[in-house]
Design a protein around this ligand. Structure first.
Ligand SMILES: NC(=O)c1ccc[n+]([C@@H]2O[C@H](COP(=O)([O-])OP(=O)(O)OC[C@H]3O[C@@H](n4cnc5c(N)ncnc54)[C@H](OP(=O)(O)O)[C@@H]3O)[C@@H](O)[C@H]2O)c1
Length: 291
């Protein structure tokens, strides 16, 4: 619920940014500027290219120049977790921050959040009508996105959270985030799970033609979430859908993690429809910031 005090504060113009390297193709400016316009906040969101190793300087400037909110992407998520004043439980467990809130109650405090897990679970529920509670899940990959998925699925009540990854040590570390529900499996066990999540880059960029597992392993009772959103349709999604499997790309997760950040920064409910429409148009719409 929005307080009178926070409402007054939000009518002031403010700057928010995403830091990363590279960050030029980030959808975050398009998504957040659309949200600010939709709710009538005089905020502007920019993509800020910060070279690897310089995240602490970017954080210091939040306080100095009154930057109200920061999104964090590769390669800064761990460095920001080390540099903020405090961390939420998720961010601390993952040692990764994707959203910084500048709290200015009595003195300034930079709080590091990780909203990726929230984004993933909300996308599962809303885009795929998939309830993680009581489900069995296979995560392909063991990087930052996979780790956030393992923790969030455990918190959402999944009863079996398996990780398959080409580097087994990283698979063990990701599975451990799910506690006693976590395990490491071979990818050819995919047929055993209710939900399959692709958290590898197989299907995008130079790996655009590849799939993380053979869709021959899957059956129509399963659900697939491919965290890739560019391209919006990977070969894995196409092949899964051709087998009658419910499948969705990573755009929903991206939008919902941004929506959570928006709410943390502004105390306004996020305008999901406007954010979704902006994300679907791609980074070019960021050329029209909030006015
Ligand atoms: N939708 C969203 O909001 C969202 C958010 C974050 C990420 N993502 C997407 O999720 C994917 C993973 O991102 P991330 O940040 O977790 O990346 P990351 O930390 O670099 O992890 C990548 C994972 O993929 C595996 N991998 C990489 N190349 C591979 C290959 N050629 N064959 C097999 N496995 C391979 C890596 O295995 P090793 O451990 O063996 O190196 C690692 O486990 C990306 O496609 C990214 O775009 C989406």
């Amino acid at each position: 619920m929005q307080t009178k005090e926070s409402s007054a504060m939000q009518t002031k113009p403010a700057l928010a940014a995403v830091i990363g390297a590279p960050v030029g193709h980030s959808l975050s400016p398009a998504i957040h500027n659309a949200a600010f316009r939709e709710v009538g906040l005089p905020w502007v969101f920019v993509a800020w290219e910060v070279p690897d190793g310089y995240a602490p300087e970017a954080l210091a400037s939040m306080e100095r120049f009154g930057i109200a909110g920061l999104s964090v992407t590769m390669p800064h998520k761990s460095a920001v977790a080390e540099a903020v004043d405090s961390l939420t439980e998720e961010a601390k467990t993952l040692n990764a921050v994707n959203c910084v809130v500048c709290k200015t109650d009595s003195e300034t405090e930079l709080v590091g959040h990780n909203t990726d897990g929230y984004g993933l679970i909300t996308s599962l529920r809303e885009d795929l009508a998939f309830n993680p509670d009581g489900s069995t899940c296979l995560i392909l990959g063991a990087g930052g996105a996979a780790r956030a998925a393992a923790l969030a699925l455990a918190q959402a009540g999944a009863v079996r959270i398996a990780v398959a990854n080409r580097t087994s040590e990283r698979a063990e570390q990701a599975a451990a985030l799910a506690g006693d529900k976590g395990e490491v499996v071979a990818p050819d066990t995919a047929g055993e799970f209710d939900l399959i999540i692709n958290a590898t880059p197989l299907g995008m960029g130079k790996l655009a033609g590849e799939t993380p597992i053979s869709p021959m392993l899957l059956h129509p009772d399963q659900t697939v979430l491919d965290l890739i959103y560019d391209p919006p349709e990977t070969p894995f999604l196409t092949q899964a859908r051709s087998k009658g499997i419910k499948a969705h790309n990573g755009l929903g997760m991206l939008i919902h993690q941004a929506a959570r950040a928006f709410e943390l920064w502004t105390s306004h409910p996020a305008p999901i429809q406007a954010m979704t429409a902006a994300a679907s148009q791609g980074p070019a719409s960021s050329q029209s910031p909030a006015s």
